[in-house]
Design a protein around this ligand. Structure first.
Ligand code: GLU
Length: 473
C-alpha cells in the first residue's frame, strides 16, 4: 500500500471482459503508478442474478494479461462489493435519519399514472412530506435538493446539472436492498478513493453520486469520464454486435503489448506521435506521459483493422528468438522445430497475429511423398497460360541440376528458365508455388524451397507436372 492518490476499477462480473473496461483499467493503472498511488480492484458483484464467480477470475486473469498484476505494490484487492452490503444499508438509513431520504410506497404503475397526469417524465416527489417509515414494499428515495450540481471532471471540465431535472432517486429497493448508486459511493468512501475514472456512460449518475458523497459528509472525489468506444458505424460497442471480449483477442493471438498500446490510443495520443507519425509507445513511456487532461471528449473508434496493424508492428519488433519461441508455441507438437527456425525470419515480416503461423507454413511439414491438396482456384489460375506446363518442366530439370541447394541458386535457376519464356518473376513463380505449396500465396518462395529441401521440392514439382499433363491431355 502507498499513501498517494487512490484510484479504483470497479467492474461487474457479468460476462467476458470488455475492451472498454480494459482501457478504463489501464487509465487508472497508469495514473496510480505514475503518481505513486494505489489501484483498487473492486468487484461489483451485488447483482446476484447476473454475476458468476468464474467471471471474477476472468477479470483478474485479463488484467494480468494487460500488465495489471495483483503482485504489484500499487495493486490492492480484489474487494467484493457484496461484502460491504451492511455498510450500504447503514449509509442509506443514516440519510433517512438526517432527513436526506424518505420512504415511498407508490408502485411503479402509480408513479407512471401520476407522471402522466402531471405531464412529468418520472417520479414527482409525492411522498417527500408524507412522513412514512420503513415497511415492506417501501423504497427509500434520496431527497434531491434544489439548485445546480457542478461536477468537476478532469476530462470534460465543469459539467452542470439542474437538480430540477433529477428525480428523487431510489437508494433502497422495496425489499431493503441497496441499489448501485449508493453501494458504489459508500464503497468509494470506505475505500478512501480520491479519483473516480470511468466510462462516460456513468456521467448521468455522477451528479446523484456527488450529492450522496456530500450528504454523507465527504468531499466528492475527483471525477473523470473517458469517452465511449464506438464501432465503424459510430455506434457504441455492444456485446451483441461487436467483438468486444478482451479474451477473444488474446485467444486469437493478439499480443498484450499491442493491445495495451492500441487501447491507450483511444481518446489519447502517446507522446511524440504527432512528430513521428507513429503511435507505438512502450508502457513505461505511456505511464510517464498519460494525463486525463489530454483525453478527448469525443467518442473513440475501436478499429479492429488498426489494432491488427499494431499487432503486426509488434510482431515485427520482436527479437527473432522471441518470435521463434512465441510463434513456435502455436505449432503442432510434431512439427520439426529446426525447420520452423529456418523459415521463421522470412515470415515474421508478414503477420497480423501469431495464430496465423501454422497455416502459413504447414506445407513445410507435410510428410514426404504425401499427396498435395491443391487449392483448385489457385491451380486453375496458375496453370491457365500455355507456358505454365512447359515452364514447370524446365524448372524441374534446372532444379534437378542445382549443385548448392539454397535460395539464391533456386532463384537464379528460375530466372534463367523464365528468360526463355520472356516472363517476369512474379508470373513465373506462380505455378512453382502452387505445385509445391498447393496454393497461390505464402512465404517467400525460394527460402521456402530451400527449407523444404531438394527431395520434396523435386517430388512435388514432378507430381504437379504429371497432374498438369493429365489435365491438358
Ligand atoms: N460496476 C460499474 C460498471 O461495471 C462500475 C461503476 C464505476 O466505475 O463507478 O459499470
Amino acid at each position: 500500500m502507498t499513501n498517494g492518490p487512490r484510484f479504483r476499477f470497479a467492474p461487474s462480473p457479468t460476462g467476458s471482459f470488455h475492451v472498454g473496461g480494459a482501457r478504463t483499467a489501464l487509465h487508472n493503472w497508469a495514473l496510480a503508478r505514475r503518481l505513486g498511488g494505489t489501484f483498487v480492484l473492486r468487484i461489483e458483484d451485488t447483482d446476484e442474478a447476473r454475476n458468476r464467480p468464474e467471471w471474477t477470475q476472468g477479470i483478474i486473469d485479463a488484467l494480468a494479461w494487460i500488465g495489471i498484476s495483483a503482485d504489484d505494490p500499487h495493486f490492492e484487492g480484489p474487494h467484493f462489493q457484496s461484502e460491504y452490503a451492511a455498510a450500504h444499508v447503514a449509509a442509506a438509513h443514516r440519510l433517512f435519519e438526517q432527513g436526506d431520504a424518505y420512504y415511498c410506497d407508490l408502485s411503479g404503475e402509480q408513479i407512471q399514472e401520476r407522471a402522466k397526469e402531471l405531464g412529468l417524465s418520472g417520479y414527482d416527489g409525492h411522498s417527500r412530506d408524507r412522513g412514512l417509515g420503513p415497511g415492506p414494499g417501501r423504497v427509500l428515495r434520496f431527497r434531491v435538493p434544489d439548485g445546480i450540481t457542478v461536477v468537476n471532471d478532469l476530462v470534460r471540465g465543469e459539467v452542470s446539472f439542474e437538480n430540477s431535472t433529477i428525480e428523487d432517486f431510489v437508494l433502497l429497493r422495496g425489499n431493503g436492498t441497496p441499489v448501485f448508486l449508493i453501494a458504489n459511493v459508500v464503497d468509494d468512501i470506505e475505500m478512501g478513493i480520491t479519483h473516480v475514472v470511468r466510462a462516460e456512460e456513468h456521467l448521468p449518475n455522477t451528479p446523484k453520486q456527488q450529492m450522496l458523497w456530500q450528504a454523507l459528509g465527504h468531499e466528492p472525489p475527483q471525477w473523470a469520464h473517458v469517452p465511449v468506444l464506438v464501432n465503424e458505424q459510430r455506434k457504441k460497442l455492444s456485446k451483441r454486435r461487436d467483438k468486444v471480449a478482451l479474451e477473444q483477442y488474446r485467444d486469437e493471438g493478439f499480443l498484450a503489448d499491442a493491445m495495451v498500446n492500441y487501447l491507450m490510443t483511444l481518446g489519447w495520443t502517446p507522446p511524440g506521435a504527432e512528430e513521428s507519425g507513429s503511435e507505438i509507445a512502450s508502457w513505461p513511456e505511456i505511464e510517464a506521459a498519460f494525463r486525463l487532461e489530454d483525453v478527448t471528449h469525443s467518442p473513440a473508434f475501436f478499429d479492429v483493422k488498426k489494432l491488427a496493424a499494431f499487432n503486426g508492428d509488434y510482431i515485427r519488433m520482436m527479437p527473432l528468438d522471441e518470435f521463434i519461441e512465441r510463434a513456435g508455441a502455436e505449432l503442432p507438437i510434431e512439427w520439426d522445430r529446426a525447420r520452423f527456425t529456418a523459415i521463421a525470419p522470412h515470415i515474421q515480416e508478414r503477420l497480423t497475429t501469431l495464430t496465423e503461423v501454422p497455416d502459413k507454413v504447414d506445407f513445410l511439414f507435410w510428410p514426404d511423398d504425401s499427396p498435395i491438396e491443391y487449392d483448385e482456384a489457385s491451380w486453375d489460375k496458375a496453370f491457365a497460360a500455355d507456358w505454365a506446363r512447359p515452364l514447370l518442366d524446365d524448372v524441374l530439370e534446372a532444379y534437378g541440376a542445382i549443385a548448392e541447394w539454397n535460395a539464391d541458386a533456386l532463384k537464379v535457376a528460375l530466372e534463367d528458365v523464365m528468360a526463355r519464356y520472356e516472363l517476369k518473376l512474379g508470373k513465373a513463380q506462380a505455378p512453382v508455388r502452387v505445385a509445391v505449396t498447393g496454393r497461390s500465396v505464402g512465404p517467400p518462395l525460394f527460402e521456402s524451397l530451400e527449407v523444404l529441401g531438394r527431395y520434396e521440392t523435386l517430388r512435388r514439382l514432378s507430381d504437379a507436372n504429371e497432374r498438369a499433363a493429365a489435365r491438358a491431355g
